[in-house]
Design a protein around this ligand. Structure first.
Ligand code: DAH
Length: 344
């Protein structure tokens, strides 16, 4: 048994010396030292030996396996280093190469402006109207009738509003104000909401007008709401959107669905109020319409004007975005020119 062991040892040693790679080392370990390897089959015979032999042969077997393990490890480390070095040579990374350009998507400026305005109103306690209460395809009922717009009002003319073929009374909404009616029909006061969305008008397209654009509608109905609340909220909005320094003014105006009504101007960003082409020489630019919700509108949706009052406003998103970023042509928003869109 002793010679058997020594023979195996010698042949294992010879194999180790001949080994050329980590792979060879693994195979040698498998052949001699694994559970099914040659040493183990001999070690199984130990139990038939005398106690004396068991001790000496056992010790020899252990010494031999330890020896082989050590030799294997030494070789393994050498090959490991060698193979690693080869790999590093081969896979060398050239850190001087320029990186791969991965174009980054941008948020469309209309979306960005809408989000910014909505966030300001959310911080002032307004919530956003669910889309189903603010549809783009409306009936005349919501777009005009319930907003107290008379039947002969010029805004109803096909020159101004897009009617949908073969759908009587259906229009592409010309204003987001219809959302006010949907909300008041569905919710009891207190109501404090904004509704952003797209509106359509039958316009000749030029640098200031497009046949669709975007608005944000606001509505606040509760007990004891006054024109002072309206001014406070809108002034705060303007301060947060434009920064504290931009002068504003309230001008009295008329809308069928508000009484009294007002329009709000901000000082022209192009000429700082001196008067230029953009502001037609006035030094001011209109950004929104607003007013106290008309008693007829409240009655129409079953809200008692003796108990509740409210204010509403509607502002043009393109107009607000153009003023803030000094964009001089509304068509830029919709041409999908990457050179423009990538600036945001
Ligand atoms: N809907 C109006 C427009 O498109 C804007 C407007 C004015 C909305 C006064 C309002 C309001 O809610 O109270 O010109």
């Amino acid at each position: 048994m002793k010679t058997q062991l020594e023979n195996i040892y010698n042949s294992a040693k010879a194999d180790i010396e001949k080994a050329q790679s980590m792979n060879d080392i693994d195979e040698i370990r498998l052949k001699y030292l694994s559970r099914k390897g040659e040493f183990n089959s001999i070690k199984k015979g130990l139990k038939d030996l005398s106690d004396e032999d068991k001790r000496t042969i056992g010790a020899l077997a252990n010494r031999i396996t330890n020896d082989l393990e050590e030799m294997l490890k030494e070789k393994h480390d050498i090959f490991y280093q060698k193979e690693l070095n080869e790999k590093l040579q081969h896979d060398r990374i050239d850190i001087t190469l320029s990186g791969k350009y991965i174009p980054e998507g941008k948020v469309h400026p209309i979306t960005a402006t809408t989000n910014e305005i909505v966030t300001i109103f959310q911080n002032l306690g307004f919530s956003v109207v669910a889309p189903e209460l603010s549809p783009e395809v409306e009936t005349e009922y919501y777009n005009f009738d319930m907003l107290n717009v008379p039947h002969d009002h010029p805004a109803r003319d096909v020159q101004d509003t897009f009617y949908i073929k073969n759908m009587p009374n259906a229009v592409l909404r010309s204003q987001t104000s219809g959302a006010q009616i949907h909300v008041m029909e569905n919710q009891k006061p207190p109501i404090k909401v904004v509704a952003p969305g797209r509106v359509y008008r039958n316009e000749n397209v030029n640098s200031r007008k497009n046949n669709f654009f975007h608005q944000i509608e606001g509505l606040y109905v509760d007990k004891g709401i006054t024109f002072g609340d309206l001014k406070g909220v809108l002034n705060e909005f303007i301060r947060l959107y434009f920064g504290a320094s931009r002068p504003t003014r309230f001008r009295s105006s008329f809308f069928p669905f508000t009484e009294p009504s007002a329009e709000v101007d901000v000082q022209c960003i192009m000429c700082q109020g001196k008067g230029c082409r953009t502001c037609s020489g006035t030094g001011w630019l209109e950004i929104l319409g607003a007013g106290m919700v008309d008693v007829n509108v409240l009655k129409g949706v079953g809200i008692d004007p003796e108990i509740y009052s409210g204010f509403a406003f509607g502002m043009g998103i393109e107009r607000l975005s153009m003023l803030k970023y000094a964009i001089d042509d509304i068509r830029l928003f919709f041409n999908n020119d990457k050179r423009f869109l990538e600036q945001f």
